[in-house]
Design a binder for this molecule. Structure first.
Ligand SMILES: NC(=O)c1ccc[n+]([C@@H]2O[C@H](COP(=O)([O-])OP(=O)(O)OC[C@H]3O[C@@H](n4cnc5c(N)ncnc54)[C@H](O)[C@@H]3O)[C@@H](O)[C@H]2O)c1
Length: 254
C-alpha cells in the first residue's frame, strides 16, 4: 500500500458521515473517490473537497452498492483514473425507520441489499484489485451501535449491521495474507440527514444528554478520524475489530 497520496474510495460519501470521512482523509493528502447513488451530489462533494480542503485529485462517481454491475463499473473507473486503490470505506447505508410488524418484505430486502450485500460487493471487487497490486490495503466498514442493540423500527437495520460486522470479520480472515486489513467503526448517534428529523427535537436531545457520557451527539468527522486511524500504516497489526465511536453510549447503563 502506498503511504502517501493513497487512493481512498468511500461509498455513500456525497453527504453525512461519508463526507466527514472524506474530509478527514483529505487532511492526510490522500486522493479521494466519492462513490454515491447520487452522481450530481458526488461530483459536487468532490469539487468541494478540492476547493475547500485542497485535495489534489477527487473524483465523484455514480455507484449503487446494491448493484454488482454498478460497483464493478465504479471500481474499473477508479483504476482507469488513478491506476490503483489503497483504501475502501464501506459507508453507504440506509435506515428506513419502519416498524418491523408493518414492514413490507421488499423493504427488508432493500435494507439488506444496500447495507450488507453492498459491502460484500464492494469489498470483494476492490480486494481483487488490491491483491493484484501486491502491496496490501485497508478496508473499513461503517456499521452501527445497532449491530448490538436495536428497536422495533430498526430490526432490518440492526440485522444488516450485525451481518456487516461478521462480513468484516470474515474478510479479515480471507485477506490478511495479502496484507489487507479489515476493521469496522460502529458509530453511535451522529447528526446527519439520516437522523436529523429525530435528534433535532427537544425530547431526543435530552435523551442524548442522559445516555451519552460525553454529553453530546456525534459529528461525521468523529467517525472520519477513527476511519483514518484504522486505515493508517500505524494500524497494520489491527484486523477484524470493531471500534465503537459513540461517546460511551454502549458503556452507559443509565
Ligand atoms: N447517522 C447516524 O447516526 C449513524 C449511526 C450509525 C451508523 N450510521 C451509518 O453511517 C453510514 C452513513 O450514514 P449517514 O447518517 O451519513 O446517512 P445519510 O443518509 O446522510 O447519507 C447516506 C449516503 O449514502 C448514499 N447512498 C444511499 N444508498 C446508496 C447506495 N445504494 N449506493 C451508494 N450510495 C448510497 C446516499 O445518497 C447518501 O449520500 C450508514 O451506513 C449508516 O448506517 C449512521
Amino acid at each position: 500500500m502506498q503511504s502517501t497520496a493513497r487512493v481512498v474510495v468511500i461509498t455513500g460519501a456525497a453527504r453525512g458521515i461519508g463526507y466527514g470521512i472524506a474530509e478527514c482523509f483529505a487532511t492526510k493528502g490522500d486522493r479521494l473517490v466519492i462513490a454515491d447513488l447520487n452522481l450530481a451530489a458526488a461530483q459536487a462533494a468532490a469539487a468541494k473537497l478540492k476547493e475547500e480542503k485542497g485535495v489534489g485529485d477527487a473524483l465523484g462517481l455514480a455507484c449503487d452498492v446494491a448493484d454488482r454491475t454498478s460497483v464493478q463499473a465504479m471500481v474499473e473507473a477508479v483504476v482507469a483514473h488513478f491506476g490503483r486503490i489503497d483504501v475502501l470505506v464501506n459507508n453507504a447505508g440506509i435506515c428506513p425507520f419502519v416498524d418491523v410488524m408493518k414492514m413490507a418484505p421488499e423493504m427488508w430486502e432493500k435494507t439488506l441489499a444496500v447495507n450488507l450485500t453492498g459491502a460484500f460487493h464492494c469489498t470483494q471487487l476492490v480486494a481483487e484489485k488490491m491483491i493484484a497490486q501486491g502491496d496490501g490495503g485497508r478496508v473499513v466498514f461503517i456499521t452501527s451501535l445497532a449491530e448490538n442493540v436495536t428497536g422495533p423500527a430498526q430490526v432490518d437495520y440492526g440485522a444488516s449491521k450485525a451481518g456487516m460486522r461478521m462480513t468484516m470479520v470474515g474478510f479479515a480472515t480471507a485477506l490478511g495474507k495479502h496484507g489487507i486489513t479489515c476493521n469496522a467503526v460502529a458509530p453511535g448517534m451522529i447528526l446527519t440527514d439520516m437522523t436529523r428529523f429525530h435528534w433535532e427535537q427537544p425530547g431526543p436531545a435530552e435523551h442524548i444528554k442522559a445516555r451519552v457520557p460525553v454529553g453530546r451527539i456525534g459529528t461525521p468527522t468523529d467517525i472520519g478520524h477513527a476511519a483514518v486511524f484504522l486505515a493508517s500504516p500505524e494500524a497494520s497489526y489491527i484486523s477484524g475489530v470493531t471500534l465503537r465511536v459513540d461517546g460511551g453510549h454502549q458503556a452507559c447503563c443509565a
